[in-house]
Design a protein around this ligand. Structure first.
Ligand code: ADP
Ligand code: MG
Ligand code: MG
Length: 255
């Protein structure tokens, strides 16, 4: 059993005009095996939370703490966070021209687990995971994210999640830009990881649609850089009907 604990987290983003405060006191605790959905309007700071957890250099934690089983995550480098078991699927994943998916996956797996995976079993594992996600085997030879369609990027993220077996996965708008079939395939991948590894999932989304496939245990409404309301799955259904209007403008502006 592991716990990821976010306490009173304040984060600013670096802009040309100087640091701009975005997160204004986020509290969230995720345990192994739990799925937490963060839902909120555009610009509320959801991706900022994901980037801060990932250690993105543009985002500065001005106060608060993030711990994984008591270990200070904010003191860790990006690599150390991955080795500690944090996985982040970015809303806009970066291209890595000249590095094939197959090479990237093996290199990253080696870095995360501290030893190279056994070639024979690894090859089978990758092949099986790609089949499950309905990915063409030729995909493994393409450059990471270069010219990937929206759906291919998301499948590639979930492929990594299934192969790297993180303790906590932060999925930022994994549903955006997916048609219904792709959404189902990607959701099945997340559900497989949940069954096989007890991964704790932080599912960031603007829409309730993905929550029909990936069942959240907790739903947090995110507005103006903090959590405005929390509940169970029924809260997502209410949001589907009511939207975010009633929350917006209820808290003081960020700056
Ligand atoms: P969400 O993911 O909920 O749509 P974001 O975290 O992307 O929200 O953005 C939250 C706020 O922070 C927005 O007002 C956005 O314009 C601002 N912001 C985020 N990243 C940057 C950046 N790199 N430079 C300037 N402003 C940013
Ligand atoms: Mg956005
Ligand atoms: Mg976002």
């Amino acid at each position: 059993m592991s716990t990821l604990e976010i306490r009173d987290l304040h984060v600013s983003v670096e802009t040309k005009e100087g640091p701009k405060p975005i997160l204004r006191g986020v509290d969230l605790t995720i345990a192994s095996g739990q799925t937490h959905a963060i839902m909120g309007p555009n610009g509320s700071g959801k991706s900022t939370l994901a980037s801060a957890l990932a250690g993105h250099p543009k985002y500065t934690v001005t106060s608060g703490s993030v711990t994984l089983d008591g270990e200070d995550v904010l003191a860790m480098s990006v690599d150390e966070r991955a080795r500690a078991g944090l996985f982040l699927a970015m809303q806009y994943p970066v291209e890595v021209p000249g590095v094939s998916v197959a090479n990237f996956l093996r290199t990253a797996k080696t870095a995360i687990s501290g030893e190279a995976p056994a070639l024979r079993t690894w090859g089978k594992e990758v092949k099986g995971a790609m089949e499950n996600l309905r990915m063409d085997p030729a995909f493994a030879e393409r450059s990471v994210n270069e010219g990937f369609s929206g759906g291919e990027k998301k499948r590639h993220e979930i492929l990594q999640m299934e192969l790297f077996k993180p303790r906590f996965a932060i999925l930022d708008e994994t549903d955006s830009g997916l048609d219904v079939d792709a959404l189902r395939v990607v959701s099945e991948g997340v559900n497989r990881a949940k069954e096989n590894t007890e991964v704790g999932v932080l599912l960031i989304t603007h829409y309730t649609r993905i929550l029909r496939y990936i069942k959240p245990d907790f739903v947090h409404v995110f507005v103006d850089g903090k959590i405005a309301e929390e509940g169970g799955p029924e809260l997502a259904e209410r949001l589907e009907e009511e939207g975010y209007d009633k929350y917006v403008g209820k808290t003081a502006p960020a700056s």
